[in-house]
Design a protein around this ligand. Structure first.
Ligand SMILES: [Fe+2]
Ligand SMILES: [Fe+2]
Length: 382
């Protein structure tokens, strides 16, 4: 702690928004952690199919990537990230409106805090993975990229934690780093999962931002005003993973296409189920979660054509029906788990079987195939 505190002083940054490395951002959060709540940290510690996880991987394999085949695009992207357009952005300023947490409808307050904790955990999950890659690697291209991405995610997580602190809850990020369970994913699964989570993150943030631009009366919390610059960071992170995958054509062809389809289905389905757990939150935003999901999937599918040779057929009637079945099975599972006894146990098993069958139903919808462009680079256009 003392060493970390002196690191903070050495660089002069006192807020995560100004931190230029992830280590510095985390140290600043650590200093504030004495005020953080155990309830929020416990929520962030949860590992279920639906909650954000922490990942670890084969860092040596990742470190061995040679970006020569995409050098021009790579250098341009790194230069953009080094220019650091969002330095100092992720902190409260005069645009931050007062939030009446006590006056907030209790259902909304609960769901919104859940949303913030889960978002903070997801941002921080990226931070710890990227930071670890930077620490372990020796490849200058790779370590530079991962340091820059870890820097951004530390700022994002820190900013969400600032918002949570106003409500009297915040996640102890230092504790999480040490105690949360890490899930091992081999590098190619990290590329698919992380690439998708960056691009769907962009699509989610920009869709909410554009919706609230048109309907500012639904902006019930000031953090949404920051979503524009925020999603541009996520967009760049996604671009980096697209370039990494582009260095090895095997990653996006042959049997790996089945893995890509699996990750697309899992990421979209998880988002659908998670969002339907927050009806009050979406009602306050004036957003129908089915419309929102479809909008986010459409944008994400369009973006992922830059590197993936398939997209899911989300217009197929089986898609919406399958999502509904999955959501219903998940709601029944949660209800059964809240009870005890043999009946509840059987209902729980039945719901799990229905969820698995709904997922298989979604996975087996024929995908749409298309040609992938020679150059992957895109600009945020939504
Ligand atoms: Fe982020
Ligand atoms: Fe990101």
């Amino acid at each position: 702690m003392n060493m970390q505190a002196s690191q903070v002083r050495a660089s002069g940054a006192t807020h995560t928004a100004d931190a230029t490395t992830a280590e510095e951002g985390i140290a600043i959060q650590q200093e504030q952690a004495k005020f953080d709540s155990t309830a929020a940290t416990e929520a962030a510690m949860q590992n279920t199919l639906l909650t954000p996880r922490f990942y670890t991987t084969d860092f040596d394999e990742l470190d061995a990537i040679d970006v020569t085949p995409v050098r021009a695009d790579w250098d341009a992207l790194i230069a953009e990230m080094e220019a650091d357009p969002n330095k100092g952005h992720f902190k409260k300023n005069e645009d931050w409106d007062h939030v009446d947490w006590d006056g907030m409808d209790p259902a909304l307050r609960k769901e919104f805090i859940d949303f913030l904790i889960s978002s903070c955990t997801a941002e921080f999950s990226g931070c710890v993975l990227y930071k670890e890659m930077k620490r372990r690697g020796a490849n200058r291209d790779i370590t530079r990229l991962f340091q820059l991405m870890a820097r951004d995610e530390a700022r994002h997580a820190g900013f969400i934690n600032d918002a949570l602190r106003e409500a009297g809850v915040a996640v102890n990020l230092g504790f999480l780093t040490q105690k949360k369970k890490y899930t091992y994913f081999r590098p190619k699964f990290i590329y698919y999962a992380t690439y998708l989570s960056e691009k769907i993150g962009y699509a989610r943030y920009i869709t909410i931002f554009r919706h609230l631009e048109a309907h500012p009366e639904h902006r019930f919390h000031p953090i949404f005003k920051w979503f524009h610059e925020w999603c541009n960071d996520e967009f760049r992170h996604g671009e980096a993973f697209a370039l990494l995958m582009k260095t090895d054509p095997k990653l996006t062809s042959g049997r790996n296409v089945w893995w890509i389809k699996f990750f697309l289905t899992a990421v979209y389905a998880t988002m659908h189920v998670r969002d339907h757990q927050r009806p009050a939150f979406h009602a306050a935003l004036g957003v129908d979660p089915d419309w929102y999901g479809h909008e986010v999937f459409t944008k994400t599918s369009e973006l992922t054509k830059q590197i993936f040779p398939i997209t899911l057929d989300i217009e197929n009637p089986r898609w919406a029906a399958g999502l509904r079945r999955l959501q219903k099975a998940n709601a029944d599972l949660a209800a059964a788990k809240a009870e005890t006894g043999l009946g509840a146990r059987l209902r729980s098993l039945g719901a799990q079987a229905r969820a698995a069958s709904a997922f298989v139903g979604l996975y087996t919808i024929p995908a749409r195939k298309h040609a992938v462009p020679a150059s992957t680079r895109l600009e945020p256009a939504y």
